[in-house]
Every structure is written in C-alpha cells, then in structure tokens.
Design a protein around this ligand. Structure first.
Ligand code: SF4
Ligand code: MG
Length: 331
C-alpha cells in the first residue's frame, strides 16, 4: 500500500556564515494510513526541520540537498506552485508549537476557519460556517467562541482552534510539531486525549514531533528517535514498553523520564550536550556521550540494521561489521 508520507534518504543543509549545518542527514521513514508516528529527540536534532521539509516550507538558507519526500505517492518537490498550494492543508497540514503565531489576531475564530475552507473548496460561506461550528464541537470548544478573537481565548483553546483549522479540509496527514509544549501539563493531557479521539473519528495520519518521550509513548504506535540529524532507532511503542529501547541514546532518553512510580522522582539525563552540526564527531556522532562506546565507534559510522523488529544504527547491533573486524584482527 502507498504510504501517506514517505521520506527517502532526505538530507537538509542550512548555510551559515560559519559553514554548512547538516541538520538532517539521509533520513528515511514512512507513515501509513491512519497511523500515528512520533519523531523524538533533543532540540536541534532535526525534528522540526523535517516537519518544515514535509510541508515544503523550509525557510531562509535551508534546502533539501538529496532525497525525496512523497505524500500519497507524489513527490512534493516536483509539484508546481499551484498544485502545492492546493495540496497543502487539503492533503497535509501542520500544527505549530505556537498557536499565537499561527492565528490571525484581527480575525475571529469563525472567519479564520471559514477562510481556510473557502480558499480550498468551492462551497458557500454558509456551508463553511456550518463546518466551522461542527469543527469547534470536535475540539470541544463552545460554539459561542466562533465570535471570539485569539487574545480572548486561553492558550489551550487557541491550540484547539489551530487543530480545528488543521483538520478543516480533512487532510490525510497532519504534522504536529510540539503542539502542546507551550501549555501546562493538565491542558497538555486533555489536548493529547482529544487529538487521539479526533484521529480515531476522522482517520488521518499524524507525524507527531516532541522532545518528550512520555507524551509520545501514549500517543504513537511507532517512534523514530533522532540524534544529530539521523534516525538512530525506529521502533514500536509496544516494543519500547517491553525492551526499554535498543540504542544507547534511546535508553538514555527513556531513563530521563521522571519515574513517578518510584518512591522518589528520579531523573537520569544523558550527560553532555548534542554535537555541533557543522563539525560532527567522526564515527558514531553519539560516541562522545555514549556510556558503552566501543573503540570502533570513534572512527567508523554504524550502519542501520534490523534487530528485534526495530531499525537500529549502532555498532552494538552491527554484527557483520564486528565479524569483519574480528576476521581482520585474526588475519
Ligand atoms: Fe554508542 Fe557506539 Fe552504538 Fe554509537 S555506535 S551508540 S557510540 S555503542
Ligand atoms: Mg523544534
């Protein structure tokens, strides 16, 4: 079956005065119909860059240097501007972290939803208004707020309005980039529950981007963990529950989740910080922070291999290479 979203060997570079920043480095993954997949990693790992690339909204000096991005089988970088404009929001839409910047401060909620609908569909204003009202029902906002302006709503309500706009044209894919990060924990929970409920009703796929492992474990069925522009592990949420991940970075992130069930809250982070993307460490980019790094990790890049149903990029799982090295040493 054709994936809803398919990235194949995508690399993205930002040009800066200090040199080229390799923000995304040969990333491949696919999301299928009705599926929620998460991209997790520390800030600066390339998650948001991928989100913008999927919308073909890379800005400034950022550009795709290789690879393809296909939505419903169509390469969005081969589309002309007109097709792309129709495609965006009707087939793929995005919920950004800051609702305030996504909303127009001088238009009320109804106008914003109606405008989005009418810019893509040939229906009457009245029909669009009716849809705006039922979209508010869907995100649990009282219809009286159709007349409200963004500044009159709470942060959580504004983010709900943004979600309503994102699904107004019934897209097949919704990209959500840290959609709840700016909100407090209680509001975060209720919005996540709601996203899940709406997704079940409307059957679209979600690429959910977050730095927070505990959030995505409840939401997504599959998780790709990013480090320094690479996916270092792609696995299922179910397998994470049983195995605590394979890659040392995944395990570190999982340990960094506060364990509320324990007598005390334990937060074990990963020592060190993500590398400079202009001068990446040689070999495995994670080696300066990896607690179990091998000598070979400093110079040889690990391959991505399948293990236990997960895709892992780490020498610990790289048996062939280990064997080759052994044989060399024996010889
Ligand atoms: Fe650690 Fe080596 Fe695996 Fe990288 S390849 S995560 S340094 S063990
Ligand atoms: Mg980001």
């Amino acid at each position: 079956k054709t994936p809803v979203l398919e990235l194949n060997q995508v690399s993205i570079v930002y040009e800066t005065s200090n040199g080229d920043v390799q923000a995304v480095n040969k990333v491949s993954f696919a999301i299928y119909e009705n599926e929620i997949m998460a991209l997790v990693g520390e800030s600066g790992s390339g998650k948001s860059t991928i989100a913008y690339a999927v919308m073909r909204l890379l800005r400034g000096s950022a550009y795709l240097t290789e690879g393809t991005v296909k939505i419903l089988g169509r390469d969005i970088y081969e589309m002309n501007k007109k097709d792309l404009r129709t495609f965006r929001w009707s087939q793929v839409s995005m919920v950004f972290q800051s609702a305030m910047s996504a909303l127009n401060p001088v238009m009320n909620v109804e106008q914003q939803i109606v405008d989005t609908i009418l810019s893509h569909e040939k229906i009457t204003r009245k029909e669009a208004s009716m849809r705006a009202a039922s979209l508010l029902d869907l995100v649990s906002i009282d219809r009286k707020h159709l007349r409200s302006y963004p500044h009159e709503l709470s942060g959580g309500m504004r983010q709900r309005v943004v979600i309503a706009i994102a699904i107004a044209l019934k897209p097949q894919l919704v990209i959500m980039d840290e959609p709840t990060t700016a909100l407090d924990v209680v509001v975060q929970r209720s919005i996540l529950d709601q996203i899940q409920e709406i997704q079940r009703k409307q059957h679209f796929s979600i690429l959910f981007i977050s730095h927070d492992f505990s959030l995505v474990q409840e939401l997504a069925s599959r998780i790709a963990i990013m480090y320094a522009g690479r996916i270092v592990e792609e696995t299922t949420t179910a397998s994470l529950e049983v195995l605590d991940g394979h890659h040392p970075y995944t395990q570190g992130l999982l340990r960094a989740i506060p364990k509320l069930t324990a007598d005390e809250i334990v937060i074990e982070g990963i020592p060190g910080s993500p590398p400079n993307l202009i001068t990446l460490p040689t070999g495995c980019a994670f080696h300066p922070r990896c607690p179990v790094a091998l000598e070979t990790c400093k110079s040889v890049k690990p391959l991505t291999l399948e293990h236990n149903g997960a895709l892992i990029e780490c020498h610990l799982f790289d048996r062939e290479e280990e064997n080759a090295k052994w044989q060399k040493e024996i010889r």
